[in-house]
Structures are given as C-alpha cells and as structure tokens.
Design a protein around this ligand. Structure first.
Ligand SMILES: Cc1cc2nc3c(=O)[nH]c(=O)nc-3n(C[C@H](O)[C@H](O)[C@H](O)COP(=O)(O)OP(=O)(O)OC[C@H]3O[C@@H](n4cnc5c(N)ncnc54)[C@H](O)[C@@H]3O)c2cc1C
Length: 476
C-alpha cells in the first residue's frame, strides 16, 4: 500500500478528514483535480455568497436611511468594486487553505482519481495509488433537470451569479431553495429586476410554511416578483434574452428577462469515480450510501460531505470527514454525527434559522411537545432597528421542559439560533436557559419570552419560578 488513508477531494470533508487522519499517525494523502484548490465553500459557496449578501444588506440599510432619519443621497452597487473586494477576500481564504494543504502533514496529489479496484485509484496523470482506506469527498455539482430547453439555454449557475461584475438588467431565477432565495435577494438588492419561479407551494420548502411565508412577504415587499406552486413548461432563448413559460394557478404565464439563473438544485459529484469497480453502492441520484460511521458498502471506503449527504452543509461535511478518519484510525468510544442537533441557516434578510427537532418532525413521529413563539415586531431592540419581520419559536418536551428545537426567522437569526446550540447539545431545559443572564436591550433577549411562556405552561415541581421579571424591551 502507498498510503493508509487517501481523501479523494480536498474540500471541507476531504481536507478535514485528511488533517485528522494525519494527526492520528496514518500515512495520508489528498487527491484533488481542481485547477483552483479550496473547495466549494471557499471558492464558490458559503464565503463568496455571504460576502455579497452582507454587502447587499449594507446597501439595503443605506437605501432605507430615511427610516432612521438619515439623508443618504444615493446608495448604489458599484459592481466592479464589489467584485474586487470579494475576489480579494476569497483569494486570501483560498491561499490559507492551499498553505494548509501544502504544509506537509500529508501528501497532496493534484489530479482527478477514479477507482480501478477496491484498494486502487488511477489518477488522471496515469499514476496508480493504493491505500488501506479511502474517504470520498468529491462534493456536488449543479444539476440541470429535464425541463425542455433548459440544457440548451446555458443558464447561469450560482458560480456565474457569484462572479458578476455588473448589475444584470433582469433575471428569472428558477428554484426556491436556499441558493435560489439568497441570490435572488442579492440580485434584487443590487438593482436587477428579479422574478423567482418556484415549483413547490412555498419557497424554502424544507422549512415550515410559517417561516417561509415570512421570507416570502419580505421578498414581495422588496419588489421581487414571486411565483410559487408553478409547473415549468419550457425555456427558450433568443438574442433579446430568455423566456420562461410556466403554469401558475391554472394559467399559462411567460416571463422574459435578460438572464436566467438555474438554481434548481445540486447533485452528488460521483459519476466520474467509477464506483462500480470499487463495489461502492449509490442511490439513483449518485449519492453514496453510508452507515453512521460514514462507511460505504465497502467498509474501508468512507464518504463524507455533499457526495453522501444527508445535509449539504459545511459543518456537517467537516464532522463527517473527521469521524471517518477517527473510525479508520480505530479510535475508541466514537459517537456518530448527531442529526437531532441539525443546525440550518438561510442567509436571506430576514434570515431563517432552525436547530434540532421541529414541530413537523415531532408531529410525524407522534411525540408530545410544547411550543411557544414571540414576534420581532413586539420586541424593543428589533423595533428600534426597524427589523420587524419574523418570530422566535421554541419547542420543548412537555414534562421536564427539555429543549427539543428552535426556529427563528428574523434579523440575524443565523447568529441568534446559536443561543440554543450549546443548550441543545447539553440537553438543557427551558428552566436552565431562564437561569442564564440575557442582556438588555439585545435581539437575543427575545428568546426569554417564549421560554417563559413554556415555563408557565409546564409549571412543574422541577421549576422554582423566579420572581416576576420586568421586560423593558417588551412593548406594553
Ligand atoms: C452558493 C452556495 C452557497 C452555500 N452557502 C453555504 C453556507 O452558507 N453554509 C453552509 O454550511 N453551506 C453552504 N453551501 C454548501 C457547502 O458549500 C457545501 O456543503 C460544502 O462546501 C461541501 O463540501 P465537500 O467537501 O463535500 O465538497 P467540496 O468542497 O465541493 O469539495 C470537493 C472537492 O473534490 C474535488 N474532486 C471532485 N471530483 C474529484 C475526483 N474525481 N478526483 C479528485 N478530486 C475530485 C473537487 O475539485 C473539490 O475540491 C453553499 C453552497 C453553494 C453552492
């Protein structure tokens, strides 16, 4: 064997698996065939999108300066400058990752790999590499569903939108998932005319209808034209741009725009790996089937990140990669990734963030729960920030008050949700959280209202109610 542990792909899953494997004494290599190293998160995912979304939020605040009594004459997106700034920031993140890859803790092989047998991969430069263990971390790629005309239309993907150095006049966005919604709002805020066409009845369909309705309202208020519950019929392209035909409320509708953004989803990037030669089982969409230790149907071949799911999120890819490396190194007392703590953030404005088990999951499993929510438009800090969309909802076990999950849709929900991540991991109760200090006036203190309501509802002997507290942040 050339190596003990080989990661195929040097993104979030592969890099972190290799880092841990090498630190545990395994002779390790990363194989990555990308021209630019860094992985999706750094180069074309989380970091560039959040750089642009934050800029768009600053722009939005400047444009509504009069709400705060400010006289901002003109606030416009200078796309050349925005593009330069994004490239500089992303370049620095990528350089840092490349340095870590080249530090010498493991071997870096710049090539694409495919299996030729369960213990051997052939590289695109012809070299063969044998290893005791493999970790497949080849990520995902944009999928193009079979909608007539879509493949030929050469629509933009998120890569193209993140790389813009001009304001597109008009864009039709196909899809209503996270990437579609985040980037539709970015495009709208920089000044494009945006039409979003979504198949399911709500945008962000993995979230509750109530939460997605809040984001939907904010989008419409900002001027995004939004069609949900549509059936896409066809896409055509001519010299003037694109035409998208769809059925909505039983009527045929056509929307034209200068540009088309396909945000209908991504698929596991596994078809070039010749997994059949290794005997690795996949689902029909190419997703690698794994067990709770990240092992594929060949126990010495692990998979992590977007190529295996179940959640295409960076911190999950990292946890999975690290777990696989520890399992290969035979570390004792390992715990599988705990998906009951799943944390999700949608970086629209208002943001939508959830953690743990939500009402939909508990209804499905028939478990008893209590829930309570409180709106941002009745909370002192959010009112003074003119951040009135949304609510905080807390879900708890009804007898002891153990926190089961939380859903926040509103200003900075992606930050606020972390008020629950430690407590949830530590199996804290509503009463534990109420013993914690909450500074006034903060956005975070809004969570005390549903917590107190839940405490009242539970009112068990385990709870020693504190004296009645005054809430200066709460509207009378
Ligand atoms: C626009 C956008 C925004 C996002 N925003 C967020 C966010 O805010 N938060 C969040 O948590 N997640 C976000 N995501 C998702 C997140 O980026 C991914 O879940 C994560 O980066 C996946 O990591 P990975 O290691 O599985 O794959 P990748 O990072 O894609 O790494 C795969 C690597 O494998 C290499 N490779 C592929 N095939 C081969 C082969 N045959 N041989 C050798 N090498 C190969 C590739 O070159 C690549 O470097 C976003 C995604 C997108 C598209």
């Amino acid at each position: 064997m050339d190596f003990d542990f080989v990661a195929i792909g040097g993104g979030s899953a592969g890099f972190n698996a290799a880092r841990v494997a090498a630190s545990l004494g395994l002779k390790t290599a990363i194989i990555d065939g990308a021209r630019e190293l860094g992985g999706l998160c750094i180069l074309r995912g989380c970091m560039p999108s959040k750089t642009l979304l934050y800029m768009a939020e600053v722009l939005h605040l400047a444009q509504k300066g009069s709400v705060f009594g400010l006289n901002v004459r003109s606030a416009r997106a200078d796309m050349k400058a925005i593009h330069r700034r994004k490239k500089k920031i992303i370049g620095e993140f990528a350089d840092y990752r490349v340095q870590a890859l080249q530090k010498g803790q493991f071997t870096l092989l710049r090539a694409n790999a495919e299996f030729i047998d369960p213990h051997t991969v052939r590289l695109s430069n012809g070299r063969k590499i044998r290893s005791r263990f493999f970790l497949i971390g080849t990520g995902s790629r944009v999928s193009v569903p079979p909608i007539p005309g879509l493949a030929e239309a050469k629509a933009w993907s998120s890569d193209d939108v993140l790389n813009l150095d001009f304001v597109p006049k008009s864009v039709v966005v196909l899809g209503g998932g996270i990437v579609a919604c985040e980037l539709a709002q970015f495009l709208n805020r920089i000044g494009s005319k945006v039409t979003l066409v979504q198949r399911s009845p709500n945008i962000l369909r993995d979230h509750s209808p109530a939460a997605s309705a809040v984001v939907q309202t904010a989008f419409v208020d900002e001027g995004i034209e939004l069609f949900a519950g549509t059936q896409l019929q066809r896409v055509t392209r001519d010299r003037r741009g694109y035409a998208v035909e769809f059925i909505h409320d039983g009527k045929k509708i056509i929307r034209r725009a200068a540009h088309l953004f396909n945000a209908l989803g991504r698929e596991p990037n596994t078809s070039f790996l010749n997994l059949a030669a290794a005997g690795v089982r996949t689902r029909p969409n190419g997703q690698i089937v794994i067990n709770r230790w990240q092992q594929s149907s060949r126990p010495h071949i692990y998979a992590a990140g977007d190529c295996s799911g179940p959640a295409e999120i960076v911190h999950i890819a990292i946890q999975q990669g690290e777990l696989a490396a520890r399992h290969a190194a035979d570390i004792e007392k390992l715990k599988p990734v705990d998906y009951s703590l799943l944390l999700n953030v949608v970086f629209t404005d208002p943001q939508l963030a959830t953690i743990g088990r939500l009402e939909r999951d508990l209804d499905r499993s028939g478990e008893a729960y209590l829930s309570s929510s409180y709106p941002f438009n009745d909370h002192g800090k959010s009112i003074l920030m003119d951040a009135n969309y949304g609510y905080v909802k807390v879900i708890a076990e009804p007898r002891r008050g153990r926190i089961l999950g939380a859903e926040i849709v509103g200003k900075d929900a992606g930050e606020l949700i972390h008020a629950f991540s430690g407590p949830l991991a530590m199996k804290a109760t509503v009463f534990d959280l109420l013993r914690a200090p909450w500074y006034h006036p903060t956005l975070a203190e809004i969570v005390t209202y549903p917590l107190e309501d839940l405490a009242d509802k539970i009112h068990s002997g385990a709870f020693d109610p504190p004296p009645e507290r005054e809430h200066p942040g709460k509207r009378a």
